[in-house]
Design a protein. Structure first.
Lengths: 359, 548
């Protein structure tokens, strides 16, 4: 897609460039090659452009046209020599550098493509080349710039995601290699263990990180999540409480604490914390569902209201199905058997939709 | 026994509330059972045949009516690697036999398997579970053994021997049976038989899952579902398969555990089937020989977060002393064991978090389960035998363990708190049966685990009072299964079923706290209502069904 765009740029170049330079034979050849290219006869066009280039060795136009024709034929390897020569002759030419950059990139010479794409100011292709050359930080910057201009370009979105992930990984690696005994080093190592489900190793890393820098936000949250993943709710609650003290305005921390309290069976405290989370960041369906669960037995009327909010937000998701199921239980406890039966029907309807395998 | 009036309920509750504080000592003494050399030989293979990880059951029964509980243990079988079809589990070797151990007066046990005629387990059968009930009302408990293959009904001849009457009785079933239990679903005074079946599995249909270098047992979803079986007792020593006529076979599942109780008080025993990885089944007894599966609409199908349970074991008794039978279902980790609280009017709500099971059981795998008043304080406690399905689970999730100690949780006014079972020995636990082995008034536990001898948890006792009741039905079935028995405000439903693959002491045990006497109210399956007043505590009583 990017290469197609570049060729379009090239064909928008003023036609007179092609016809105003060189001896008459070369001019004729350029014209006949252009005609052949227009007809779609790329073999003939390439042959004529090649002859024209031989007749005008100091001009970059025939070389540029030859390279472009090769690229239209998807013969990127053949495009590189004439474009390289054109770049020597016209080092500042935007189309020459752009096409050469593309040709090199398409053949895997990302590092070599970068200076040409820089001259061409093509931030998208440059970002891709930088990603492929392991220059993730620069790649992220250029791909974000390109995406600002072409927000629907799926190639750019894909490469930005890859580059950002690689940058994250590279940065973590740098922390581990250069600063292994720092709090952040232990934190990153803990995250790796957590991803690999090595919970006891992850726990030790986070404990060390907290011992080194107890003031760092996020450490208690992550350690709490490790405990939560292994259903150690008392320990999880302790960590989430520590994080909530540090970040009283963080809705996610309040949610996590509420969920831990819920799992530990402390329904009243859970409801308080989940209400706090809802006030910090309203209408988060997971928070509302957990709040409904906390209230379901002790206060079915309040649970009903909260679960209605979940259903209003999440109309057809698995969470909506869960909410209907809980609502059915709540309605049964309220003696509203008709509503409970309706809830079960809704649960079945949504569950059937959401559990169906994708086509 | 003379029928008498009940004391007001508040007096009963008052007695319970004066319970002495619990002892800091472990409730149980973990001890080897002297004379029991049985090893549950499940024969794990490199191919990870799912069947290898599922046995085996244990029963506590007094087969010779000498007043002492005896122990019957189901063994599994030899699994060839690879296993060929038709499967032969080669159970000629005595180490693969099921075993009956008679309890001696000194608390030791003697292997009486051969003497009792129980040594032939069948080469085509891989052993799973056991049910106990006096199906012919002759006063001697009979034994039903479930298998992959042909199930076996052993009639107790009353002279210390048993006879395989499967062919005559017509209860061989077939396929992969798991838990079974005797109940009188039509209140005709004869025990019927319910058999859960797990999966439509055969050696040819077997699969191995996991990584090539680290295979693991496949989840049940990899295999087709199958149906449970209901046998109606004709009263002439034969049974009729009424699975289709009763509606039971209309809904295939992954049945592993089964428990019985009349949850809606209509006088007919209902059936709960713990299914693995699908919705649970609650079969409502319509009172006319048919059943309707109502779990989803009753609130007993899924966890409180709408998740399907890996249902293994189940118990159907009243944990919160409101007189209604509740359900506790054990399952695999990352979800707590589920408590379905009976809210009355035929509906349940999942209250595993409110009851404390979120903190007690989020990361363990539960199988056999008992809800008994182990500390005699008037509230039924929980004992669950644990261990993961996969013997290599740690290579997939380091937070999980194949071998785990049991969970013992004390009931504090309807909320469970971790107690001390007296052993933290991790085992791959499976079956569990409960009963008062040494007749001291305190309930003990016997559990099974893969590749090991059974574990015996002898209750250390304490100062609280108790009452243990044996029912003797006349119009009702002789075991009194299905009777609703209330003692000082607590309720038990008479059954030996529940747990996983296992059968418990049929006697009904009640902890009385500080109360030194009690009132008893029995509602028999026949409809007869019998009351006894001011019985002295700390005794074993037999209640014979009155004429009216």
């Amino acid at each position: 897609m990017i290469i197609r765009a570049a060729l379009l740029v090239y064909f928008l170049l003023p036609a007179q460039i092609a016809t105003s330079q060189g001896p008459p034979d070369a001019t004729k050849l350029l014209q006949s090659a252009t005609d052949a290219e227009t007809r779609g006869d790329l073999e003939q066009a390439i042959a004529d452009f090649r002859k024209a280039a031989e007749l005008t060795p100091s001009s970059s136009i025939a070389l540029l046209k030859l390279g472009a024709a090769c690229m239209r034929k998807h013969d990127y390897a053949a495009a590189i020599p004439p474009l390289k020569r054109a770049a020597e002759l016209s080092p500042d030419s935007l189309p020459v550098n752009q096409l050469l950059g593309y040709a090199l990139l398409s053949q895997g010479y990302a590092m070599e493509a970068i200076p040409h794409l820089e001259i061409a100011h093509d931030s998208g292709a440059l970002g891709i080349a930088q990603f492929q050359a392991d220059l993730y930080e620069e790649a992220v910057v250029n791909l974000k710039n390109a995406l600002a201009k072409s927000p629907a370009d799926t190639d750019l979105i894909y490469y930005l995601a890859k580059a950002a992930a690689a940058l994250s990984s590279e940065s973590s690696e740098r922390l581990l290699v250069k600063f292994p005994q720092t709090a952040r080093g232990h934190q990153v190592r803990g995250q790796s263990y957590y991803s690999a489900k090595m919970f006891s190793e992850a726990e030790k890393e986070f404990e060390t990180a907290i011992a080194l820098r107890s003031d760092l936000p996020g450490l208690h949250l992550e350690l709490g999540e490790i405990y939560a993943a292994s259903s150690q709710w008392t320990q999880a609650e302790g960590q989430f409480r520590s994080e909530a003290k540090m970040q009283p305005g963080n809705a996610e921390v309040a949610y996590r604490l509420g969920e831990a309290l819920l799992q530990a069976g402390k329904m009243k405290e859970a409801a308080e914390e989940l209400r706090r989370s809802d006030s910090l960041r309203p209408d988060m369906p997971e928070t509302l569902y957990a709040l409904g669960r906390a209230l379901a037995v002790s206060n079915p009327n309040a649970a009903e209201q909260v679960l209605d909010r979940v259903i209003a937000i999440e109309t057809r998701s698995p969470l909506a199905a869960q909410a209907y199921l809980l609502l059915a239980s709540t309605h049964r406890r309220q003696g509203k058997s008709d509503l409970a039966a309706r809830d079960i029907e809704e649960y079945k309807r949504i569950h059937n939709i959401t559990s169906r395998p994708e086509q | 026994m003379m029928p008498i009036c009940l004391l007001p309920l508040f007096l009963a509750v008052s007695a319970i509330s004066q319970t002495p504080k619990p002892s800091p000592e472990p409730q149980f003494k973990f001890t080897p059972a002297q004379g029991i050399d049985f090893v549950l030989r499940n024969s794990p293979t490199s191919r990870k045949y799912l069947i290898e990880t599922m046995p085996g059951g244990v029963a506590l029964l007094d087969y010779n009516n000498d007043g002492l509980l005896d122990i019957f243990l189901v063994n599994a079988g030899r699994v060839a690697d690879p296993l060929r079809s038709p499967a032969n589990f080669d159970r000629h070797d005595p180490s693969y036999w099921n075993r009956l151990y008679r309890q001696n007066k000194d608390g030791t046990f003697t292997d009486v398997t051969v003497q009792a005629g129980l040594q032939n387990a069948g080469d085509t059968d891989y052993g799973m579970g056991v049910a106990v009930g006096d199906y012919d009302n002759d006063g001697f408990p009979d034994i039903y053994v479930t298998n992959f293959g042909r199930n076996i009904l052993y009639h107790n001849n009353g002279d210390g021997t048993f006879t395989d009457v499967t062919a005559k009785a017509g209860v061989a079933a077939g396929g992969w049976s798991a838990s079974a239990g005797f109940l009188d679903y039509d209140n005709d005074g004869r025990l019927d038989l319910f058999v859960t079946r797990y999966l439509d599995w055969t050696p040819e249909k077997s699969k191995t899952c996991g990584r090539i270098a680290e295979p693991m047992y496949c989840p049940p979803g990899e295999f087709a579902s199958t149906t449970s079986i209901l046998y109606h007792n004709r009263g002439d020593g034969t049974f009729e398969d009424v699975s289709a006529a009763s509606g039971i076979s209309a809904k295939p599942g992954h049945g592993l555990g089964v428990a019985f109780a009349d949850y809606d008080g209509d006088g007919f025993t209902d059936i709960f089937v713990a299914n693995d990885a699908i919705e649970q089944f609650l079969w409502h007894n319509n009172g006319n020989g048919t059943f309707t599966e109502v779990a989803l609409n009753s609130g007993a199908a899924l966890s409180s977060t709408g998740k399907k349970l890996s249902g293994m074991g189940v118990v159907f008794q009243d944990y919160d002393n409101d007189g209604l039978p509740d359900l506790i279902v054990t399952q695999l980790p990352h979800e707590p064991y589920v408590v379905f609280h009976n809210d009355g009017k035929g509906s349940f709500s999942a209250q595993e978090l409110e009851t404390g099971f979120g903190a007690l059981s989020g990361n363990v795998s539960g199988w056999g389960v008992g809800l008994e008043d182990f500390d005699n304080d008037g509230w039924k406690d929980v004992f669950i035998v644990q261990g993961h399905v996969f013997d290599n689970v740690r290579s997939y999730d380091s937070s999980l363990n194949y071998r785990e100690p049991p969970l013992f949780a004390l009931n504090r006014n309807g909320r469970f708190e971790k107690g001390d079972p007296g052993s933290d020995l991790p085992v791959a636990g499976r079956g569990a049966a409960f009963g008062d082995l040494n007749n001291d008034g305190w309930v003990d536990a016997v559990t099974t685990s893969l590749g090991e001898r059974p574990q015996l948890y002898l209750n250390r006792g304490g100062k609280s009072h108790w009452l243990t009741i044996t029912l003797r039905g006349k119009r009702s079935n002789r075991d009194g299964y299905g009777a609703r028995v209330q003692v000082n405000g607590q309720v038990r439903f008479a059954t030996a079923s529940g747990s996983y693959l296992s059968s418990s002491d049929k006697r009904l045990h009640f902890g009385l706290g500080s109360a030194d006497n009690c009132d008893v109210d029995v509602r028999w399956p026949s409809g007869i209502h019998q009351k006894l007043r001011a019985l002295k505590a700390d005794q074993f009583v037999t209640i014979e069904e009155s004429e009216q």
